[in-house]
Design a protein around this ligand. Structure first.
Ligand code: SF4
Length: 723
């Protein structure tokens, strides 16, 4: 009889990063339950997490997984099985030839916040160290790069200062551009529990949609799409006027307020209320709650701490950095920073978007929060890697990379653990890129992603329950991911695939790794003396419990909160106010395209559904794709529930049933991002077949963070004529 085994690991879905205990027997994962000792979830799991074992069953693995290397000799034909040696030799030969002919910037790597930190580290070293190109970016660009630039511009470092425990100490929780009830469910349970335990806790929600999160809000601000900077500057204007600023904190720990103060003059309550579509009373109330001012006597008492939680509503925007910075301005102006229950706390969408930031796995970053555009940082990384230099030319970020491939500038793409043929905005450009590239490698665990159909070479990778490494959750907590079962078929670990390819591409000594732990040890050494110093965080320490960074050598425990001493990682130790100016969305509504389309997540699905879509039970909550629209807008257009409509933007069109939703404001529509072309027929303006809602979205991006604007595209909606 096979022995039952229990393995502690981490959920592979969202940035809450819940600890799980995997139950297995032989090579079968048989169950999963929340780890009661894990500090992010204390045993709780959401619906998706609780069904992880079912998505990893033997039957589903056989149906859904890519189990052998495959090569597609002719595009449009079925790929044929080949051996690993032949696959890696082919990849090395094609990449070497393109690099030799066109230079290193003719190749690009597009990786994922689903990868483990060790995988990320070797991919980054492969591109920037061995090949000599900074053309490596991640799908994390689509979810948190505006949070990175927001933190860096204001606080001097990409480091979320707060932690989940702050939920239990906050006087006000200010949730903006986030729907934790769906996207971070276990964190939402924690907020609900705090609310029950402390009736004085106030919750403010700002979101154009009245999501399920609004159920627990004391104050709901249904702002117009994209008007967050207007709101935050307006709140600061009110605080200034009312004398609610923490001038002592500002004088001791910040600089740059005078410039911002001049800008704030224009953000009067009348202008803000009108632009955001809220009342002046609600604006005043939001400002008071944020500042932590006593309602009965605003001149008395200590300030209640305010914690802000924010996510894609701020990040996925053509002014994402300004939105993040304007929110952090509020924290700096009210001293809501570096104390229990207070601080700006960006929530990460993916399980390891943070880990990718830490190893510098993006086009503009280097290992350990170093910047590519800083010559000293480049020299440090080159020295760490034993190289004369690392390239200085800026790499292509996600949108830029696919645009460059569509233009013929990038000729080979290596895509790992992500599905850009569904998840990237403006699918027409992305698909042109995948078709035009001379060689496309897709390194994937799942066989059915839309991107697999464009691959010349498919490399089967291991996934959750089969691989070892680490991930970092939203609160800077690093935890171990562990293998419970042996890899199925011929799948290999992502880091191994990179190392094997690197050895074939070019003889080198850069990848001496024998295990994820050996990669981890090199990574943590690279953090020595940096803000995220984890030189003391060995695998042995992580065996006992996950830890928050920083945790330098000699320390036994990480830091729950940052900036408690009021010192920021800037040259003079002061945080910066950023002079944030409101900019409307990149593609405003107009007569021909009168609706604002926003996209987002459902509670029980994950990304392109490669894992969650394998399980019928996870469709119990929402069965099929639909365009949500306000009932009055439907009535005006003579639309009934379930009618098929063409939703059309300047880039493409999809056919989808319409569904009434009073969650939305007038002239707003919403669609979940999960369904691809197998469910949603779409077409570009040039007649190209497209996938899902991203046939419609725009690739306009924030100039600082290069994060695209998934939260707003102008569309029209027309009832489909039935034959
Ligand atoms: Fe997994 Fe996120 Fe659910 Fe936790 S909240 S179980 S990390 S999906």
């Amino acid at each position: 009889m096979k022995q039952l085994k229990e393995t502690k690991s981490t959920c592979p879905y969202c940035g809450v990063g819940c600890g799980v205990i995997i139950e297995s027997s032989g090579d079968q994962i048989t169950g999963v339950r929340g780890d009661p000792d894990y500090p992010a979830n204390f045993g709780r799991l959401c619906t998706k997490g609780a069904m992880l074992h079912l998505t990893a069953s033997a039957a589903i693995t056989q149906q859904s997984r890519l189990l052998h290397p495959m090569q597609r000799l002719t595009r449009g034909q079925q790929p044929k099985r080949i051996g690993w040696d032949a696959a890696l030799d082919t990849a090395a030969e094609k990449f070497a030839k393109i690099i030799q002919t066109h230079g290193p910037d003719a190749v690009g790597f597009y990786i994922s916040g689903q990868l483990l930190t060790e995988d990320y580290y070797v991919f980054n070293k492969l591109a920037k160290g061995l090949i000599g190109t900074n053309n490596i970016d991640s799908n994390s660009r689509l979810c948190m790069s505006s949070a990175v630039t927001g933190y860096k511009q204001t606080l001097g470092s990409d480091a979320p200062p707060a932690c989940y425990d702050d939920v239990n100490h906050a006087g006000t929780i200010f949730i903006v551009g986030a729907n934790p009830a769906y996207a971070h469910p276990v964190l939402f349970r924690r907020i609900e529990a705090a609310r029950q335990a402390r009736p004085d806790l106030k919750i403010v929600l700002c979101d154009p949609r009245r999501t399920d999160t609004a159920e627990i809000a004391d104050l709901f601000l249904p702002i117009q799409p994209g008007t967050d900077v207007m709101l935050f500057n307006g709140m600061l204007h009110v605080m200034l006027w009312e004398g609610w600023l923490d001038t002592a904190y500002m004088a001791a720990h910040t600089k740059g307020f005078d410039t911002l103060k001049a800008t704030l003059r224009d953000y009067t309550p009348d202008v803000v209320a009108q632009t955001c579509g809220i009342s002046k009373e609600d604006l005043l109330q939001a400002a008071r709650l944020f500042a932590g001012i006593n309602a009965d006597d605003p001149t008395q008492g200590t300030r209640a701490p305010t914690l802000s939680l924010y996510c894609q509503g701020l990040n996925q925007s053509s002014s994402g950095t300004a939105k993040n910075a304007a929110l952090i301005n509020l924290h700096l102006a009210t001293g809501q920073m570096g104390k229990r229950g207070a601080g700006p706390f960006s929530l990460t969408g993916q399980p390891n978007a943070m880990g990718g930031r830490e190893v510098g796995g993006m086009a503009n970053l280097l290992s350990s929060h170093r910047d590519l555009n800083n010559p000293a940082h480049r020299a440090e990384v080159a020295a760490l890697w034993g190289l004369p230099s690392v390239p200085s030319k800026p790499g292509k970020t996600a949108v830029e990379m696919f645009q460059a491939a569509a233009d013929g500038e990038i000729k080979a793409l290596w895509i790992a653990c992500t599905n850009p043929a569904q998840s990237m905005p403006d699918q027409a450009t992305v698909r042109r890129a995948l078709q035009r590239a001379e060689f496309v490698v897709v390194q994937e665990a799942f066989a059915s992603t839309a991107t697999c159909a464009f691959a010349d070479l498919l490399l089967p990778a291991t996934t959750w329950g089969e691989k070892e490494g680490t991930v970092t959750n939203s609160e800077r907590r690093i935890s171990r991911v562990r293998a419970a079962v042996a890899p199925p078929g011929e799948t290999r670990h992502d880091w191994q695939i990179v190392v094997d390819f690197a050895q074939r591409l070019q003889a080198n000594t850069l990848f001496p790794y024998t295990s994820p732990e050996s990669i981890w040890n090199e990574h943590r050494e690279s953090t020595r003396g940096r803000d995220l110093d984890i030189t003391g965080m060995s695998y042995a320490l992580l065996e006992h419990t996950p830890q928050q960074w920083p945790l330098p050598e000699g320390a036994t425990q990480g830091k729950a909160r940052l900036y408690e001493d009021g010192l920021f990682p800037t040259p003079d130790g002061r945080a910066r106010f950023v002079n944030t100016v409101y900019q409307p969305v990149a593609e405003p509504r107009e007569a021909r395209y009168p609706f604002s389309l926003s996209t987002g997540r459902l509670r029980d699905q994950w990304h392109g559904m490669s894992r969650t879509g394998t399980l019928g039970r996870l469709f119990g909550h929402v069965r099929e794709p639909a365009l949500q629209m306000h009932p009055q807008d439907m009535a005006r257009r003579l639309l009934s529930e379930g009618d098929l409509v063409h939703v059309t933007s300047k880039r493409g069109s999809i056919l989808v049933p319409v569904q009434a939703s009073a969650e939305l404001g007038l002239s707003q529509v919403f669609m979940a991002m999960h369904w691809g072309e197998e469910f949603l027929s779409g077409i570009s303006t040039t007649g190209q077949r497209l996938a899902g809602v991203n046939a419609l979205t725009t690739s306009a991006f924030c100039p600082d963070s290069k994060q695209p604007e998934f939260k707003h595209a102008a569309v029209k909606v027309l009832k489909a004529e039935l034959p």
